[in-house]
Design a binder for this molecule. Structure first.
Ligand code: PLP
Length: 355
């Protein structure tokens, strides 16, 4: 049974859009005019509204500040050929959000509430979707525990919010990654597959240490033996080999099920690549590098889409990877994915949702 939800819409009297677009857009610093809010109280979703973007007021005792019951999502909206707002695979983000919610002992956000809120917000703020090449509107849904209580327990009250931020093209130099063999991002039975705030908090110090050593990011390995590759920073990771082969760690409870990862795998198969999702040993990748069999390595995620890796450090040795060019898989795949998301080519997987 699907329930329909009433959304109250309170528009801002003063749009900040023109002023914001007159300056250079920096990732995650500028927010559009409105936000979507819903509260979960006494087992029901209530106070459902689109409001002018503003500070929120919370009691200092709210559970989220102390025990970290907080989850989020990241997705993007684009302008189509007729300036219509397009969302990329939103249903996948909603499903993943609810998996994260379950793991963190939080209520699910009903899919229709999530989708209706998202559509109402994006429709109202559609002028905030930049149409320049590579630009998009980053969408950040999140949920926090709002019980005013210091005991350790799952909260009874929650707030679900969606904010959006216009972003410019994400041009970045290829990254140098260090295979991390001491710290861990996620252990079996833990929360690695969930997009929970705490996963990020605990990854900051290891990343900072790698940065001090001259690397941009970590290549996380399994918590038990540090022998198997898991993710790169906050992205999934893929390796392109000779003879149209791609290897990537297979999903597990310690790996985030990326929407970009899944999209790249489907496009790769369409482009006649054989994609092997496996428990991927670090030694296997090092052997491929030594045998000149590794052509490309890259991270996948919504923010950067595809982030090329230029160097992998393991056991004190820096291994340089070959340069990519316009014939490289990652370059071609990125361009195809971008065209699909902007409605510029056939969307044969039905990934794009028009608003
Ligand atoms: C969000 C995230 C990703 C990428 O997921 P996308 O759906 O592709 O954006 C990968 N790894 C981690 C740890 C993440 O949090």
């Amino acid at each position: 049974m699907t329930k329909s939800f009433e959304i109250t819409i309170n528009k801002t009297a003063h749009s900040r859009q023109k002023e914001a677009f007159s300056k250079e857009l920096v990732f995650g610093r500028v927010f559009s005019d409105h936000m979507f809010i819903a509260d979960f109280i006494d087992g029901e979703w209530t106070n459902i509204s689109v409001e002018p973007y503003a500070k929120i007021s919370l009691d200092p005792s709210c559970l989220v500040f102390h025990y970290g019951q907080a989850i989020f999502e990241g997705m993007k909206a684009y302008k189509g050929p007729n300036q219509e707002p397009l969302l990329f695979r939103p249903a996948d983000n909603i499903k993943r959000f609810n998996k994260s919610a379950e793991r963190m002992c939080m209520p699910r956000v009903p899919e229709e509430l999530f989708m209706d809120g998202l559509k109402a917000l994006i429709e109202l703020d559609q002028d905030w979707i930049p149409s320049a090449e590579g630009h998009s509107l980053y969408i950040r849904p999140f949920m926090i525990a709002t019980d005013e209580y210091l005991g350790v327990k799952a909260s009874d009250k929650y707030r679900f919010i969606i904010i959006t931020s216009p972003v410019a093209a994400y041009y970045k130099d290829p990254v140098k990654v260090k295979v991390e063999t001491y710290y861990t991002r996620a252990a079996e039975g833990g929360t690695g597959f969930a997009k929970s705030a705490g996963n990020y908090a605990q990854s900051l110090q290891p990343a900072k240490e790698a940065y001090k050593q001259g690397y941009d990011q970590l290549l996380w390995t399994d918590a038990k033996e540090h022998k198997f590759i898991e993710e790169s920073g906050t992205m999934n990771v893929m390796f392109v080999l000779k003879n149209k082969k791609i290897v990537t760690p297979k999903l597990s409870t310690t790996i985030l099920n990326g929407v970009t990862r899944n999209s790249v795998i489907q496009l790769a198969e369409k482009m006649d690549y054989e994609v092997d999702q496996k428990k991927l040993a670090v030694s296997e990748i090092i052997d491929h590098i030594k045998n000149d069999n590794l052509l490309e390595a890259f991270g996948t995620g919504t923010a950067a889409t595809i982030a090329p890796i230029s160097l992998i450090a393991h056991d004190g040795i820096d291994y340089e990877l070959p340069n990519t060019d316009k014939e490289s898989f990652s370059v071609k795949c990125l361009s195809l994915l971008d065209q699909i998301r902007r409605g510029q080519t056939l969307d044969e997987f039905n990934w794009v949702v028009k608003i």
